[in-house]
Design a protein around this ligand. Structure first.
Ligand code: TEU
Length: 509
């Protein structure tokens, strides 16, 4: 199996991870200094949110130079040191590739907007307004308002599905394709192991840019735009990665609402290697809903031979412990499920510490999408500034002085050690990192499933989402390999589960 099918990957939002140069903003040296921690934790690779030169209107998702590191994070030599040290520790590095749009300060857009005759005019979407005035169509932008901005200098509108500072690239233009493939090659030549592709489904657009139908006219396109022209473009992108040795991988962010809509983005194994499945991230805290969504995902993806990807938190959504009402017990059960499903799980830095979102006073908010809470800095030591070289750009999350990595590393009963035990159990079990998945009958409020490895390795996971203890009917003799409460590990399992409690069990007795 290629490395990315058995791996557990870990998203780092660099500006919130660790500041080493005293500007209160995380940097690449901070990431490099924690590679030993990541190895100790047991993750196999890192996805770095954008580190490129950017005016930071959308904190790096508005790229003004794809081939350079923004000075706030460091420089290219510093990146090469990070990559080299990661590879020494057998940790892979994925960069965040932002194909749908650039910054309005990118030289390409500056050229494109300079005159209607610019050779790069068609690299972006420029259109006259409607006959009666107003923008060319009814599209809405993801951070509010319309998706078009008027440019006085050349008397046309330009398209931006996000901020006006993020003009959309026109992937029907061969120059754009060549230039963005060149960006991939620049980093692949440097040795990166792959990419997370930002809203990659949006690069396929109908050149006529037709109005959204009335029922979709009030929402932005991110969650509903699904155009077939994306697929030949993705085949071209995949061909670039496949021209490199070493199983270079691309995981796509495709924000469509159901797993069956994600399957086409794998192509016939010639488009994206992986596509984020957000169905558990969007699920309420109910065992039956989780079971339904896992079954639905398995049915859709397995039929197409598409490799599943699971995630509960990222830099765009409230952290899952916050979503679960602040319950650490629920976050522990969620980790027990996330790290034992079939496919590749992605962790979001800080979830192993059981962090909740930070409370952000209005005057401290800086994100256009009001996502600051889940981007709070990661605490490493108990005393402020918690291992950072200066007070950080955002407020600390709750309990930063007790939920810091240093304090939890000393507490074997902590969430951090639970993640480490789950990662170790996954790594040593072919059933967990490569086996099949099937749902088991279970009492109400309990999600249960079995994993089977080709070599006969076998595990079962029993997760009680409910607030009452429950007794499950088990047939064979089982030993508790991991318990989210820590109780009974290494002992025979009698089928009982406590309140909000999960176990990973292996045969034996
Ligand atoms: O996110 C796309 C996306 O789904 C989010 O923008 C979502 O619409 C928003 O968070 C709702 O508040 C990707 C990146 O992950 C995000 O950080 C960027 O802001 C966005 O694309 C534009 O590049």
């Amino acid at each position: 199996m290629p490395w990315w099918k058995t791996a557990v990957l870990y998203q780092i939002y660099p500006r919130s991870f660790l500041d080493t140069d005293g500007d209160g903003i995380g940097d690449l040296e901070g990431v490099r200094s924690k590679l030993g921690y990541l190895r100790w934790l047991g993750v196999d690779g890192v996805w770095l949110s954008p580190i490129y030169r950017s005016p930071m209107a959308d904190f790096g998702y508005d790229v003004s130079d794809h081939r350079d590191v923004d000075p706030v994070f460091g420089d290219l030599e510093g990146f090469d040191r990070l990559l080299g040290d990661a590879h020494v520790r057998d940790i892979k590095i994925l960069l965040d590739w932002v194909p749908n749009h650039t910054s309005d300060r990118h030289p390409w857009f500056v050229d494109s907007r300079s005159t209607r005759d610019s050779p790069r005019r068609d690299w972006y979407f420029w259109r006259d307004g409607r006959a009666g005035g107003g923008p060319p169509n009814n599209w809405r932008a993801a951070f509010g308002g319309g998706a078009w901005t008027w440019d006085d200098a050349t008397g046309q509108w330009y398209l931006h599905l996000f901020l006006p500072e993020q003009p959309d690239l026109n992937w029907a233009n061969a120059g754009v394709v060549e230039a963005m493939h060149g960006v991939l090659r620049f980093w692949l030549d440097r040795g990166v192991d792959g990419f997370r592709a930002d809203v990659v489904h949006l690069i396929g657009k109908d050149a006529a840019l037709p109005d959204q139908p009335p029922e979709l006219a009030e929402i932005d396109l991110v969650g509903v735009h699904d155009h077939p022209s994306a697929h030949p473009l993705l085949r071209g992108i995949r061909a670039v990665l496949d021209s490199y040795a070493g199983d270079r991988v691309m995981v796509g962010e495709v924000n469509l609402g159901s797993p069956r809509l994600l399957v086409p983005y794998y192509g016939a194994g010639d488009e994206l290697h992986m596509v984020f499945n957000f169905s558990l991230l969007w699920a309420p805290w109910e065992a039956a809903r989780w079971a339904e969504r896992i079954v639905e995902s398995e049915a859709a993806l397995a039929a197409a031979g598409a490799w599943p990807v699971w995630v509960l938190s990222n830099h765009d959504t409230p952290r899952h412990r916050t979503r679960y009402g602040g319950s650490e017990a629920r976050a522990r059960v969620a980790a027990g499920v996330l790290l034992t499903l079939r496919g590749t799980p992605f962790l979001y830095a800080g979830e192993e510490l059981g962090l909740c979102d930070a409370e952000i006073p209005e005057e401290r908010r800086v994100d256009p999408g009001r996502r600051d809470g889940c981007r709070a800095p990661i605490p490493w030591h108990e005393d402020p500034p918690h291992g950072w070289a200066a007070e950080p750009w955002l407020p600390w999350p709750p309990d930063a002085g007790t939920r810091d990595a240093g304090s939890l590393a000393w507490d074997e009963a902590s969430m951090l050690h639970l993640y480490r035990r789950l990662l170790a159990a996954r790594r040593r079990s072919p059933a967990l990192h490569a086996g099949s998945w099937r749902l088991l009958d279970a009492p109400a409020g309990v999600l249960a499933y079995e994993r089977l490895g080709d070599d006969g390795d076998r595990r079962q996971v029993w997760a009680n989402f409910g607030d009452d203890p429950v007794s499950c009917r088990v047939t064979d003799a089982w030993v508790v390999e991991v318990s989210t409460t820590g109780r009974g590990e290494g002992l025979a399992w009698d089928g009982t589960l406590g309140t909000t409690d999960a176990v990973v069990v292996r045969p034996g007795g």
